[in-house]
Design a protein around this ligand. Structure first.
Ligand SMILES: [Zn+2]
Length: 298
């Protein structure tokens, strides 16, 4: 399925991801212009192949290194590939990505790698166009501006289509799940600053990589609701720490994900990474104290 918006600036088309655009799928944006462009090509392969010929000589944008945004970039081998310098190395190497995720020393690394490559089509790609905050590329009728929104990953970006005044938000996805910060260099405070920055963009139409896909009009309340999930998680952690607990004890409560999933080692890692970032933040704020392996409400 695809949702098309014909604007004075030409055709801008959202290709909707499968299964509610849930990982490892995502909604991807096609801009049919003199430089045909695709942002985050990670939806149905067949849908993307229809644009392969045209886009083969155009531009591919990866808003960040996660496979649910990059996995079919290799279909457009003749196109330029744009990404932020902080995320480009992980797009070019699965070993660098494993380091960025924080799992290079895990016993299950080989399983993760084989799933990435064989099931999710991770293909290392050379980023040929490094883009920084505020950089613009004129595609013909449309100009795209890159907005650096760190937090989810260090080099995470959204893309502002200036003439149409539309923004592809990528993983500031406004889903009820809330923000995700489960990689080594993910940062909760940077994510919150990035959400605030999105409020200043004032677009008329927004595209998310997951969830609804297209949202029209003011999204200030939606951004506040999205950010507030971080506070809700923190409140639940504080509630749980009325009794001192280890990190493993907190992980078992699945405060971020809501329930455990398989494989358990990977759940423990990603849930644990996010809970650890909350604990560090709460310690800095003087709300949690640590005694050896035990955490407790201060
Ligand atoms: Zn992501």
């Amino acid at each position: 399925m695809a949702a098309a918006a014909r604007t004075p600036s030409g055709e801008i088309l959202l290709l909707e991801g499968e299964h509610g655009a849930r990982f490892p799928d995502g909604n991807c944006l096609v801009i049919d212009d003199e430089i045909p462009t695709v942002i985050d090509p990670a939806t149905r392969r067949l849908d993307l192949e229809r644009y392969q010929c045209k886009l083969g000589m155009g531009l591919v944008v990866n808003t960040h290194y996660h496979v649910d945004h990059t996995r079919f970039s290799s279909l457009f081998a003749g196109a330029d590939l744009a990404a932020h310098p902080l995320d480009a190395p992980a797009i070019g190497s699965i070993d660098v990505m494993a380091h960025m995720v924080g799992i290079e020393d895990k016993p299950w690394l080989p399983i993760w790698k084989s799933v990435m490559i064989e099931q999710w089509n991770y293909t290392p790609m050379e980023v040929t166009r490094l883009v920084n905050d505020g950089d613009e590329i004129c595609l013909g009728k449309n100009t795209i501006r890159f907005i650096h929104l760190p937090g989810h990953t260090p080099g995470n970006m959204c893309v502002h289509l200036l003439e149409a005044n539309e923004v592809y938000l990528a993983d500031v996805d406004l889903t009820p799940f809330g923000p995700w910060y489960g990689n080594r260099y993910s940062d909760i405070d940077a994510f919150l600053d990035s959400i605030e920055r999105v409020k200043t963009l004032g677009a008329d139409r927004w595209y998310t990589a997951h969830g609804e896909g297209v949202i029209v009009g003011d999204i200030t309340d939606r951004l506040d609701a999205f950010a507030s999930v971080i506070d809700e998680r923190e409140s639940r952690i504080l509630e749980s720490l009325a009794e001192p607990k280890t990190l493993a004890g907190l992980i078992d409560e699945a405060i971020v994900y809501g329930k455990r999933w398989d494989p358990p080692e990977m759940f423990d890692y990603f849930e644990g990474t996010m809970v650890s970032k909350h604990l560090a933040r709460l310690e800095r704020a003087g709300m949690v104290e640590r005694d050896g392996d035990l955490f407790a409400r201060a």
